[in-house]
Ligand binder design. Structure first.
Ligand SMILES: *Cc1c(COP(=O)(O)O)cnc(C)c1O
Length: 364
């Protein structure tokens, strides 16, 4: 058996090569590189996919977070609650507003932010909550919205890992006040570079994001506000339009593989749990085992690549030291970080590769 990577972007490209090559050539021929038709069309299609009114493409998922928080008016002195088990961009956006990051713990079963922990961290200064739909699994949006309503807080969904995931009947991105997505190449919906989107049902927020991403511009020469150079280019939009058509099918395949893994691996490992109201799109498939590091090196020796999302939680990273969190402050997050690891899961993974991974994991 050849090496099995954690994700295989080449295999995905080859499966749609003809269509992708064609649309790339079309954009080049049109020389419409910025603010093109593909961008407008993709925005309409992606908003519809999320069940939301507006989608605004921006330079990356990180930029989307920055713009979402700025549009909501988060600023100096405000506190914003987010998980510590996430990519640093979630918390960086809070710091960029010169607001205070407040880390909450996670639910051990789902790895997503714990509503009880959120409630225990609320103060008079709290302005917003950023739940992260981690690994493609939605956070408990019902309880989070309830808390937000009770304390008058904004909810920003970080859906960078969860394009197409659902909570009850709603697709993520349409549930909170505003949501962000990343189109980083390895994400469930990825482009050929950096890209992202802000999604919302609120027309005022949508207008504000439009201004922020393009220098506060209402037309070529009129600047209404101070904004940024934060656009996503048209080539990416053209590529994403091709891929969006495949996304449901790809997510279904991810779920199929996850189901097979879970059936076969649950006797030896803690497998992801998906309760009734949740529809996960398995951006990554994460297992837990107390001998994690040993297992990872044995898998590596057999050519199976793994990843850890994330080995060091944000609250004990050097960059957030100024917040003075200590080891022990978020016990569930810290425990889980010692034991989690992710195994290859992508739509193009072959059944014989899946069987090899299962067989190897069962033999360790
Ligand atoms: C990928 C990711 C981001 C940032 O997206 P980029 O497009 O890489 O800037 C933000 N939050 C989470 C949870 C992510 O996984």
């Amino acid at each position: 058996m050849n090496n099995i990577p954690l994700t295989d972007l080449k295999a995905q490209y080859l499966s749609i090569k003809k269509e992708i090559d064609l649309v790339i050539q079309n954009v080049i021929d049109s020389t419409s590189f910025i603010n093109g038709e593909d961008n407008k069309k993709f925005e309409a299609q992606f908003a519809k996919f999320c069940g939301a009114k507006y989608a605004i493409t921006v330079g990356s998922g990180s930029v989307a977070l920055d713009f979402a928080l700025e549009a909501l008016g988060i600023s100096v002195g405000d506190e914003v609650i987010c998980p510590s088990l996430t990519f640093t961009a979630t918390a960086e956006a809070i710091v960029h507003r010169r607001a205070t990051v407040v880390f909450a713990d996670i639910v051990e079963k789902t790895y997503c932010i714990d509503p009880k922990s959120i409630e225990s961290k609320i103060t008079k200064k709290t302005k917003a909550i950023i739940p992260v739909h981690l690994y493609g699994h939605p956070a408990d949006m019902e309880l989070i919205l309830k808390i937000a309503k009770k304390y008058h807080l904004f909810v920003i969904e970080d859906a960078a890992q969860a394009h197409g995931a659902k909570f009850k009947k709603s697709t993520v991105g349409s549930i909170g006040d505003i949501a962000i997505f990343s189109f980083f190449p390895a994400k469930n919906l990825g482009c050929f570079g950096d890209g992202g989107a802000v999604v919302t049902n609120n027309s005022n927020l949508a207008k504000k994001i439009f201004l922020l991403r393009d220098h506060g511009r209402i037309d070529k020469y009129h600047h209404l506000e101070i904004g940024y150079g934060g656009r996503m280019d048209n080539l990416q939009a053209a590529i994403l339009r091709v891929k969006l058509k495949k996304l449901n099918q790809w997510n279904t395949r991810r779920r199929e593989i996850a189901k097979k893994y879970s059936q076969k691996l649950s006797s030896k490992y803690i497998v992801p749990i998906e309760e009734k109201s949740f529809y996960s799109v398995y951006y990554v498939y994460t297992l837990r085992h107390p001998r994690r590091d040993q297992i990872i090196s044995k898998l590596k020796a057999r050519g199976i690549q793994t990843g850890i999302y994330y080995p060091i939680p944000l609250h004990i990273q050097r960059a957030y030291q100024y917040l003075r969190y200590k080891t022990g402050d978020l016990p569930v997050t810290e425990k889980v970080c010692q034991e989690i690891f992710s195994i290859p899961l992508y739509p193009e993974l072959h059944d014989n590769q899946i069987d090899f991974i299962i067989k190897t994991l069962c033999s360790l």
